[in-house]
Write a protein that binds this ligand. Structure first.
Ligand SMILES: Nc1ncnc2c1ncn2[C@@H]1O[C@H](COP(=O)(O)OP(=O)(O)OP(=O)(O)O)[C@@H](O)[C@H]1O
Ligand SMILES: [Mg+2]
Length: 501
């Protein structure tokens, strides 16, 4: 699956951001809702209610509130009722299904045109599988018993959210296929789902990920899928601007504010009014600017340097960094109060090495896009080039892959790009890998992917892998994964606890 980027440029975008990328992102999976507007009945809003034991009073209440309720008692029934071209609300009564039956619901929960609300008991919501389904696919959940009016309110909200994603409201898709965000693996699919969900809110988003993983692309995708997409997307790289200039870059200045200030300058925050401000490399923001930014986030107003006026500014803040901000907070380099304001919603970019088959898909995508750079007709990659790409660790992630493939297109002497052309010849040696080594490598990849999926929450990652937290922790040590920026990497047992597997 790819996310296509239309070429139109948003108004008021600063030169820095423009030169960085000449396109704006839209999230492609919206096509699942194609035709929804036409098909939706105006008077009655469609609602799917899936429960083993449907509650007749709830159904009657929803009908009286203008919902056209379709009831499914099983995953099979639900599958038959789901229409991919109709936006609707959904209630999934997770409490009524046995844990074994939950898996069957997932395909329908995944449908993007349905705004799901989950019903669960206090006990059921502690189950990792239930939590995962709610987190991935539902707008909200409520613990039962709950007032019918509350459910009505929540489904109304969820329905509103999915209709926001309808295609006629989305920006046009670039048919040429240029500048796409490519991703088919589960981690990227989850990222796309997250992008769609966070785009519909105004809350601050914090994007964390290694260098070159696509943080800026994700920020653009969020902006372009948000109701603010017609307003500017302004990016500022907090690490690239000298500290003494950052304050005036962010907030602007009045004429005469300092020597050389011959005319008023609008800062980046103000330039983003109505739109989205990306604070890139937020970890590099000096403490002084952190204080001003926090003040702005609290008050929603800025003051230009040398000015007396407080100017209200309405921006959605997205921040991004490749550094460990939690560590920076512990060391006192980053204010915790600011971090909590910035990180209302968190997005984690998976590193390229954890994206499995996407590595190959991305390589072909880049080849297709840039092969025009070569006089020769390059058809693809040799098997050992592909193998090397899987063996390599990609510290520079997607950006590095793009650079290596572009360079190889120029350097290649044959119709197929070799591992040597990619400068990865030494990573083909593992052709003679023993079965034990192959198992070892596969185990490491699976653990990395689970940790990423669950943002380093060990309990959940362990449940996903069907191993105990203790085993997971031990294997993380074995594979050198304890350094991966865990939020939850304390040992899973006290010093005196017996270690059980
Ligand atoms: N999923 C993807 N599909 C296609 N291209 C991608 C994808 N992710 C990133 N890219 C491309 O990789 C390059 C790096 O992306 P981007 O600048 O968004 O990364 P970043 O995480 O902000 O990097 P840095 O930490 O160095 O600032 C860009 O050219 C971007 O278009
Ligand atoms: Mg970046």
């Amino acid at each position: 699956m790819t996310l296509a980027l239309p070429k139109e440029m948003p108004v008021g975008r600063p030169i820095e951001a423009v030169t960085n990328r000449a396109a704006v992102t839209t999230v492609a999976p919206v096509t699942a809702a194609a035709g929804a507007a036409g098909a939706r009945a105006q008077a009655e809003r469609p609602l799917l209610y899936v429960s083993r034991t449907p509650d007749d009073t709830l159904i009657a209440h929803l009908q009286s509130r203008g919902w056209h309720v379709a009831v499914a008692r099983s995953a099979h029934d639900l599958g038959r009722l789901v229409k991919t071209d109709v936006a609707c609300a959904g209630i999934v009564d997770l409490a009524s299904f046995s844990l074994r039956d939950l898996g069957g619901l997932e395909a329908s929960l995944r449908q993007q045109q349905i705004g799901w609300i989950a019903l669960a008991t206090s006990e059921r919501i502690t189950d990792p599988e239930v939590r995962r389904l709610v987190r991935h696919y539902c707008f909200d959940y409520v613990k039962v018993p709950v007032a019918n009016a509350t459910i009505d309110y929540l489904v109304g909200h969820a329905f509103g959210m999915v209709t926001l994603c309808e295609p006629e409201l989305a920006p046009p898709v670039d048919e040429s296929g240029d500048d796409e965000m490519v991703g088919t693996c589960e981690a990227m699919q989850q990222l796309f789902r997250t992008i769609r969900k966070v785009a519909n809110t105004d809350a601050s988003v914090f994007i964390s990920g290694e260098s070159g993983t696509g943080k800026e692309l994700t920020a653009l995708a969020i902006h372009e899928r948000s109701p603010r997409r017609k307003a500017p997307f302004v990016a500022i790289n907090c690490g690239a601007i000298p500290h003494h200039l950052l304050q005036s870059e962010l907030f602007g200045y009045e004429r005469g504010a300092f020597t050389g200030a011959s005319q008023r300058k609008i800062g980046r925050v103000e330039a983003a009014d109505g739109g989205t401000l990306l604070l890139d490399e937020i970890g590099d923001l000096p403490l002084e600017s952190q204080a001003s930014l926090l003040r702005f986030l609290q008050e929603g107003k800025i003051e230009r340097l040398g000015g007396r006026e407080s100017i209200p500014v309405d921006v959605r803040i997205i921040s991004a960094t490749h550094v460990d901000l939690e560590g920076a907070m512990r060391e006192g380099h980053f204010r915790a109060d600011l971090f909590h304001r910035l990180c209302v919603l968190r997005v984690d970019e998976p590193p390229l090495r954890a994206r499995g088959k996407d590595i190959e898909i991305l390589a072909h995508h880049v080849l297709h896009k840039f092969k025009i750079d070569s006089a020769r007709k390059i058809r693809g990659f040799t098997p050992s080039a592909i193998e090397a790409m899987y063996n390599y660790n990609w510290p520079g992630n997607v950006r590095e892959l793009i650079n290596r493939v572009r360079r190889a297109i120029v350097m290649a002497e044959n119709k197929l790009i070799s591992a040597d052309d990619l400068d990865l010849a030494q990573f083909t040696e593992q052709q003679t890998m023993s079965l034990a080594q192959a198992r070892e490598a596969a185990e490491k990849r699976a653990i990395e992917a689970a940790l990423l999926r669950h943002r380093h929450r060990l309990n959940e990652a362990a449940a996903d892998l069907n191993i105990s937290r203790v085993t997971l922790y031990r294997l993380m040590g074995h594979h050198g994964l304890r350094e991966m920026g865990a939020v939850d990497d304390k040992p899973p047992f006290g010093a005196d606890d017996p270690v059980q597997e």
